[in-house]
Design a protein around this ligand. Structure first.
Ligand SMILES: C[S@@+](CC[C@H](N)C(=O)[O-])C[C@H]1O[C@@H](n2cnc3c(N)ncnc32)[C@H](O)[C@@H]1O
Length: 215
């Protein structure tokens, strides 16, 4: 079952084929997990009409503003789905050319920095062979000590980030790069969270790029 949010209303469909957009008209499909208010993919959808953008978010009310805006502006290359990664419908598997996770929290943050192959595999399954996965995240002992303790998050040393390569391979993802991104790059996300992260703070923001391997 897929719960689709359109113009602040949820409708339920059994398969992606039942969505009111013809899926095969697009040159590629990008999925944003934990899309928040949906602005990041809304902006991309406006710029790239030949790409279909799918935003996945467990809290429907977060998306009300942009689902309304998408409907008003007749944006027909954007779909918001209400779900967590844990409960994601298998019908989305193998659809994505690119998967984003931007500034996650909770279990969505845990899965990209800890050894959780089953949940990471759920994310990996969304992609086609050779698809790209872009995960951007930030936390530090200075700014998020409580979250680190509560979720037992690893300290992000260069050595630890290298260990993640082994972990990602278990889910069929091959890490190509793991970089500390510049504040200017973070600004380009244009989201509330990208702004909040840097409000009066200088901090490290990490980006892991991986690719789905042919196994
Ligand atoms: C800090 S917000 C970032 C939102 C957005 N990506 C952005 O950059 O503005 C984290 C988001 O992750 C979502 N999230 C948390 N756990 C999740 C999970 N298990 N599955 C999917 N989304 C999740 C939250 O609902 C929230 O919208």
């Amino acid at each position: 079952m897929l719960r689709i949010l359109k113009n602040k209303k949820i409708s339920e469909i059994n398969k992606m084929e039942e969505v009111d957009i013809s899926l095969n008209q697009f040159k590629d499909i990008h999925i944003d997990i934990g899309t928040g208010n949906g602005k990041f993919i809304y902006d991309l959808a406006v710029k790239n009409p030949y790409t279909l953008y799918i935003g996945i978010e467990p809290t429907a009310s977060n998306l009300y503003e942009y689902s309304k805006k998408a409907n008003k502006n007749k944006l027909n290359n954007l779909i918001y789905i209400i779900s967590s990664i844990e409960n994601m419908d298998e019908d989305l598997n193998g659809m994505a050319d690119k998967v984003y996770i931007n500034f996650p929290w909770g279990s969505l943050l845990e899965v990209i920095v800890k050894d959780m192959p089953e949940l990471l595999n759920k994310i990996s399954l969304l992609g086609k062979i050779e698809s790209e996965f872009h995960f951007t995240f930030a936390y530090s002992t200075i700014h998020e000590p409580m979250e680190i303790e509560k979720r037992n998050l690893p300290i992000l040393t260069e050595e630890y980030l290298l260990n993640l390569k082994e972990i990602y391979l278990k889910a069929g993802l091959s890490i190509e790069s793991c970089i500390n991104i510049a504040p200017l790059e973070v600004n380009k996300f244009g989201t509330l969270w990208a702004k909040k992260l840097f409000l009066g703070k200088s901090r490290d923001v990490y980006k892991i790029i991986s690719r789905k391997s042919r196994i």
